[in-house]
Design a protein around this ligand. Structure first.
Ligand code: MIG
Length: 836
């Protein structure tokens, strides 16, 4: 088996091999010198002769066959299929011996799109497949594949022909692809890697692993998202390597001008996704792998978790304290100790004598209950889950048919094969009791899968793989995704017209269709706070928008300052959940004394105020594929100096955040993209395209609002939907140029939105020295409960004397000391004017 820490570049080793062979040959013929001719001849032999231990390369294209939007190129032995999915997405597959593997993917949900045109042309050197936006060139003499844009700017090109090596141990091939990297090219994506945001210069592995207290730069972690973005010449593209075997990515680590990706088996099968904007790339990646469905509104509130809250009294004490202290909270989690001997789908009756009653009481107080579930099923003849699994042959087996056994929390366990559709259906149905009891969400842990001692399953474990069969080598990276899929699909069926909430640790590309994700067992350190930020941004542009880190750090002890800064970051994580390990001191927002408690309360309240804005950003993700968190580079990808910026990001496109990552930090220098911005805290208008120094006492998390934005706010509630609000607050930030804003509203916890029962509101704000004009355009069928907006305006450059709403004058308005004006108007307004 190739050692992947060895240099990957085959060129020198090939020559070395040839040299060695030639030398041996010469020795045999008792010739002391190796002539150049001989050497060349031997190199050719090494390359062309079918030798199982050598990398083999595509040669020159000998013929082409076209079938619909698929183009098959062959060199007489191997076949490459290039298919056009859309104007911007092309797929490349390579079959070393001309025979493609069954075309099955857990990641892809949609592969047919409207295509404006496809032209196929040929010149002396190459074949060219052209869509409206992309040209794909296949060079005749060396089979190199490249992609260029409409202006023939080369965006991505092969450095070496696609290649492979026979896998003599398991069968199949190791498959390789090597691309050229431009000098100033940067790379982003790949899911959850705990490293710098720009991943140029690094090498990574995809092999989901349980990595307790992971370190910076540790690799691999829990998730397997083989999708990256390149950014070169101001143009961005994406590459999705849809291969579930252990796979590898090298971004100019081994060779400064090369990017390689390869896998231990399966097919060389990748998607080229054209930009030119990073946003386009992420949206198009989402169009083929899916987005997160709308979560219930409560799931965007604050979640309190710990390993573990038990017995019942502890849980209810925690819940009551939130209410007593007026710290908003929507969800409380039960970790593994709620189970009977860690048996999934059971309750420890000593700790929780009547879970249904407890859940009901918590619910009456505005708390949703989320419980954990693990894949390991205890081997116990008196345990119904084990018995059912055994009778139906649902557990994974080794190559020689022994059951796959391993130790996890319950002791000796067997593991459902979640790649079997029957098993998924069964597993989904097991949640019936939990749903009947009122459990609102399911937390899927240990699904890399994790096994004590072994790490994970041995390679020879067999999987159904939805009928296409495979060993654990092929199924490992999708196991967790299929577990949470089973959970999600089960809940969706069982909960009548209610949106499921799931959270998972492991996952493969496309896992966003079934679950939110947390970044795993992090550490209570300042370095990990920074990592949490980078990792969530990375997950977000890798298709997984609904993500968050364990606020406070899972293991270790944060002090009040670190915990508070983490809460501040958490306000801007799509999933806001505090969690801590059992061997650490208690860790609730009030655990560090009044000073920290008060700041934490203010920021958790801010989260609740921003819910309508966050919910709208979620809709933009769900419906249109926008990432919820947007790294700064996405706003100004044309500036090379932005390629390394990683601390700042926006949530949606209107709120920019610069979290504080150091203790005692007094100020930060924030770069604001071109345009006008407002400090959220002071309402001061700031010019973008430059840096601003901002003071950062602990009460301040630097936050900026784009000029022209309309940010809807809810009143502070202790939990979502605590009361009906009378007016919807709209915060308007004055702008001298036209700016569009967006707001989404729906029921909050059902599927009416699939029947178009929702509202999409588009606002346009434009101002001058003497006027401000706000226009609203509403689409959709939902009816909100409130009748009026309360309008608050920040940054007006004039004193208002007259307000006109759809030709009717509003006389009842109020100006505060800072000159900010507020008044109410109909929620149905179309034109709102303020005049000096
Ligand atoms: O072996 O359920 O990452 O969040 O609290 C540890 C106990 C198992 C690992 C998870 C963590 C959870 C813990 N789990």
């Amino acid at each position: 088996m190739p050692d992947h820490n060895e240099p990957l570049n085959p060129a020198p080793s090939l020559e070395d091999q040839a040299l060695q062979l030639a030398a041996q040959d010469a020795a045999r013929r008792q010739d002391s010198d190796v002539s150049d001719d001989m050497l060349e001849q031997t190199i050719k032999t090494v390359i062309t002769e079918v030798s199982p231990v050598t990398k083999q390369y595509l040669e020159s294209v000998s013929s082409v066959r076209i079938s619909g939007n698929q183009y098959f190129f062959t060199d007489g032995r191997s076949t490459v299929c290039i298919s056009v999915l859309s104007d911007e997405i092309l797929r490349v597959r390579m079959a070393p011996q001309g025979i493609f593997l069954p075309d099955f993917s857990y990641a892809i949900t949609q592969s047919e799109f409207r295509i404006s045109r496809i032209d196929f042309t040929e010149d002396d050197d190459s074949y060219i497949i052209s869509t409206n936006t992309v040209n794909c060139h296949v060079q005749k003499d060396n089979f190199l594949v490249s992609f260029s844009d409409r202006d023939e700017v080369i965006v991505l090109e092969d450095e070496l022909p696609m290649h492979w090596e026979e896998n003599t141990e398991f069968g199949g091939y190791y498959v390789y692809c090597t691309k050229r990297a431009e000098k100033e090219e940067s790379f982003y994506g790949l899911g959850d890697k705990p490293t710098e945001f720009n991943i140029r210069g690094k090498r990574f592995t995809m092999w989901g692993s349980d990595t307790y207290a992971f370190a910076k730069d540790q690799d691999p972690l829990y998730r397997n998202i083989p999708f990256y973005l390149g950014l070169t010449k101001g143009i961005s593209y994406g590459l999705f390597f849809d291969n579930t075997f252990r796979s590898y990515f090298d971004f100019c680590h081994e060779e400064n001008d090369q990017v390689s990706f390869w896998a231990d088996g399966g097919e060389l099968n990748y998607y080229y996704i054209h930009g030119p904007h990073m946003m386009d790339v992420v949206k198009r990646y989402s169009s083929i792998t899916g987005t997160h469905p709308m979560p219930p509104m409560w799931a965007l509130g604050y979640h309190q978790c710990r390993w573990s809250y038990f017995p019942e009294k502890k849980v209810t004490d925690i819940a009551r304290t939130f209410r007593e202290k007026n710290i908003p909270c929507d969800a409380i989690y039960l970790d593994i100790d709620y189970m009977d001997g860690y048996r999934c789908f059971t309750w420890n009756k000593k700790y929780f004598p009547d879970p249904k009653r407890m859940i009901k009481e918590l619910h009456a107080d505005g708390f949703q209950t989320v419980v954990i579930i693990d894949p390991g099923i205890k081997v116990d003849e008196n345990y119904f889950v084990y018995k059912e699994g055994k009778e139906n042959n649902y557990f994974c087996r080794r190559s020689d048919d022994y059951l796959m056994e391993g130790h996890v929390w319950p002791g000796r366990c067997q593991f459902p094969d979640f790649t079997n559709p029957d098993v998924r259906k069964w597993w989904g149905g097991l949640f019936k009791d939990s749903v009947d009891m009122g459990v609102a969400g399911i937390w899927n842990d240990m699904n890399e899968p994790a096994v004590f001692g072994l790490g994970t399953f041995p390679n020879d474990v067999r999987h159904n793989y939805d009928g296409t069969r495979g060993s654990h080598r092929k199924a490992h990276n999708v196991y967790g995704m299929q577990m949470v899929r089973a959970t999600y699909e089960g809940l969706k069926k069982l909960q009548v017209n209610k949106r499921p909430f799931t959270i998972t640790r492991s996952g493969y590309a496309g896992v966003q269709r079934y679950s939110s994700v947390w970044t795993g067992d992090n550490v209570a350190s300042w370095e990990h706070l920074r990592l949490a930020n980078t990792m969530c941004q990375r997950l977000s542009i890798s298709g997984i928008s609904f993500c968050g880190s364990d606020i406070g750090g899972f293991t270790g002890e944060p002090d009040g300052e670190l915990f508070t800064r983490w809460i501040q970051l958490g306000v801007f994580s799509p999933l806001m959940r505090a969690h801590s390990a059992g061997d650490t001191p208690e860790r609730e927002p009030w655990s560090f004394g009044k000073k920290y408690e008060d700041i934490c309360r203010t920021y958790i309240e801010l989260r609740y105020k921003l819910l309508p804005y966050i919910y709208s950003a979620f809709w933009e993700h769900h419906r249109y594929g926008f990432p919820i968190l947007r790294p700064l580079i996405m706003h100004e990808q044309g500036k090379v100096e932005n390629h390394q910026i990683q601390d700042e990001f926006t949530l949606g496109d209107k709120i920019l955040v610069y979290p504080v990552f150091e203790p005692g930090r007094e100020s930060v220098d924030v770069y604001l993209p071109e345009g006008d911005w407002y400090s959220y805290h002071t309402c001061e208008r700031l010019k973008g395209g430059r840096r601003h120094t901002v003071q950062t006492p602990l009460e301040i998390l630097p936050m900026f609002i784009k000029a022209g934005a309309i940010i809807p706010e809810y009143p502070v509630m202790q939990y979502t939907n605590q009361f009906e609000m009378e007016e919807q607050l709209l915060n308007i930030y004055f702008s001298y140029y036209d700016v569009y804003s967006f707001m989404y509203e729906d029921h909050g916890d059902n599927y009416a939105y699939e029947q178009n029962i929702y509202l999409e509101k588009k606002f346009m704000v434009t101002g001058s020295e003497t006027t401000l004009l706000v226009q609203q355009n509403v689409e959709g069928l939902h009816t909100p409960r409130y009748e009026h907006y309360r309008i608050q305006i920040c940054g007006l450059p004039f004193n208002t004397t007259k307000i006109v709403c759809d030709r009717k004058e509003i006389n009842d308005f109020h100006t505060d000391d800072a000159g900010n004006i507020s008044f109410s108007c109909s929620k149905d307004f179309r034109n709102l004017e303020l005049h000096a």
